[in-house]
Ligand binder design. Structure first.
Ligand SMILES: [Zn+2]
Length: 231
């Protein structure tokens, strides 16, 4: 008998897993899942539909020129190159590093109020680079050239540790509140194995036993009660 359950009459499809890696459970296709497709589109500045709110976010575009001539200083082709280069990165962390690199934080040069303390705690200087030429631009032009909001830029440039190393994107990486810790899962699993030793588990195949054990252990861990005894 073949070591796989795949129908031999069916030709191998491009997405098929090699026979030696095949198990009973379909492995997760992380790159092709809907959430990943959505995330990639967002990071590439393309139009996407929110998975939770169904809201359509339009594709990113270069913003309106500032009033102090930064766009004229650079020229539209340079602006288009910078915009395209930024969104082609397609990676939130890399984009943040790029933004951090182009923003300089300086002490406030001149206090403009009569109060003892200035309204602002620091000043920021923005610049863009094209063909190794660095050009200073205003904040409005900087966000418009990259098609970003000021919030995204401020978030990116403040996401640094105390030693100025970038903090990685932590969205979607928290542990679920109801996740069962591995050690308690093992502990319950052992208890259930013992209590089922001469019972239903002998009737079922090994795989089913393990699956049943896991499900029961999770049930016990959640409710703190007795495991369900299925037939
Ligand atoms: Zn400007």
């Amino acid at each position: 008998m073949s070591d796989t359950d795949r129908d031999e009459s069916r030709p191998a499809a491009p997405g098929d897993i090699p026979d030696e890696d095949r198990g009973r459970k379909r492995p997760r296709n992380a790159a092709g899942c809907k959430a990943s497709v959505c995330k990639n589109k967002r990071n590439l500045g393309q139009e996407y539909v929110s998975r939770s709110t169904r809201k359509v976010t339009k594709k990113r575009e270069i913003g309106n020129p500032c009033r102090d001539g930064c766009f004229a200083k650079l020229g539209i082709q340079v602006i288009k190159d910078i915009f395209t280069g930024f969104w082609e990165m397609g990676d939130f962390n890399m984009q943040n590093c790029y933004l951090q690199n182009l923003c300089e934080t300086l002490p406030v040069k001149r206090k403009r109020t009569k109060q003892a303390v200035s309204r602002r705690s620091l000043s920021r200087r923005f610049s863009v680079v094209h063909n190794n030429v660095t050009t200073k631009v205003c904040r409005g032009a900087f966000v418009a050239i990259h098609g970003l909001s000021i919030k995204r830029v401020v978030n990116a440039i403040t996401k640094l540790t105390h030693t100025s190393t970038p903090l990685l994107d932590r969205r979607g990486r928290h542990e679920p509140a109801n996740k069962i810790k591995d050690h308690s899962l093992q502990q319950y699993s052992v208890q259930i194995s013992a209590s089922h030793h001469n019972g239903v588990l002998e009737k079922a195949g090994l795989h089913n036993c393990l699956e049943m054990n896991r499900e029961n252990a999770m049930c016990v861990a959640r409710t703190g009660g007795e495991p369900s005894t299925s037939e």
